[in-house]
Design a binder for this molecule. Sequence first.
Ligand code: G4P
Length: 527
Amino acid sequence: MALIDEITKRRTFAVIAHPDAGKTTLTEKLLLFGGAIHVAGAVKSNKIKKGATSDFMEIERQRGISVATSVMGFNYKDVKINILDTPGHEDFAEDTYRTLTAVDSVIIVIDGAKGVEAQTRKLMNVCRMRNTPVMVFINKLDRPCKDPFDLLDEVERELQIRVRPLAFPISSGETFKGVYNIYEKNLSLFTSDERQTADAETVDFNDISSPELDNYISPKFAEQLRENLELVEGVYDDFNRDEYLEGKLAPVFFGSAVNNFGVRELLECFIRIAPSPRPSTTESRQIEPSEQKMTGFIFKIHANMDPNHRDRIAFMKICSGTFERNKNYLHVRSGKQLKFSSPTAFMAEKKSVIDFAYPGDIVGLHDTGTFKIGDTFTEGEKLRFTGIPSFSPELFRYIENADPMKFKQLAKGVDQLMDEGVAQLFTSSLNGRKIIGTVGQLQFEVIQYRLAHEYGASCRWEPISIHKACWIESDNQEQLADFKRRKHSNMAVDKHGRDVFLADTSYALALAQENFKDIRFHFTSEF
Ligand code: G4P
């Protein structure tokens, strides 16, 4: 098959949600449709259950599961779908942010009773930075939900994106009757005992003014649906795919993932409108997926669970050309030629060695500790992909060596864990002490545990009061130097030696922004 055909048939995306909204359930139903799994419950949630925060065996077990489900590839009709899994636990949000750099689109799951929640908002901010096309699935309609129009308004307001319902629910909870699929012009009827596997009954309904509708959903609900659809047509512009592809308009679906209701409609629409691999940006030029030469970048590194093997799996997204097994590629950062004898691909739960991979595919590469997040592979061109930023962490601690005999082990362990993207390291300009920044409490425990088990090192945490870390830069060198002098005790450098301002409080940050107008404060490392 020609490269262009391989590209057009691929859809690489992630399902994102606030914990418990139904991401795992929806993913599983999508896999069932693809025939990638055959029974419900086959995809184990990779979320670390609440209350398991100090149970390290549980974390290790979950890490194992999340390797297996990192990428779930399957074919549906003529389309090759790659779902990139994201950690369910919000303490691993940074991992999720990075995964979002490797997808071409996103499906956001929202709990219809709860509406837009904190984590959804944060993830949407990341999507917005890259203009990632998003589709919204409002879930749990079998439970009493908020009013659909209120939900649509909430999505629009909270996620700052225009919406266009392509389905509309008929009531919710006890009286949930089904969904009218505006996109397909038919009615899916909900019967609550069709749990998990059965397909919903769909009735074609081009003309919803037909009195026949009353026979299916009672005259009261039929009337309400007609009014609601009229309102939809009046309030929302026609669905415009270009706007969706530009990340400006989100089509919205309603359903119940656990009942497999509304999922097929979502998937059908998804394969039709979601983008195939898009061009990628590098520092020097734009890369088209159809270029013959292979390019790709590493967006995720996963350590081996076995402490006796320090090996890791690096996940590379193919951006252009055809990736081939045993072919030499330039590892741009080191300038070395490397070839891979056993690159792996992931089809649902199975991992297998592959000979070829195409743009949009994710390849697992065996790594003995040489790779870093963001590393680029090419056929010779010295490229660096952009759009793989570090995000400003939210929690900070000093890391101290607790065993003077193991200084080297600690340094190596910290270095490798940072390359893996577990957390971020800053060095204080005031006293040279090392500060670790994370997005979740759990990561400190994971780091301590992994340093001990994988590197034989021992660390101790000490408190430091920081509200936010932001990268700073300015064209006004004088003002920058003045700022760094005055804020000396709050300055640090990141791993790459870039200046970082560690603001004690939101007030201190606001004041700094106010007083130093020529300085730009960035909340991601890429600007
Ligand atoms: P997450 O990955 O986004 O964290 O959510 P997950 O799919 O694990 O779903 C969270 C809970 O919501 C699960 O219940 C799941 O069964 C339930 N759920 C998902 N979709 C629907 C839906 O359409 N309707 C209803 N009523 N519930 C739904 P749980 O009790 O936490 O787990 P489990 O014991 O059912 O696995």
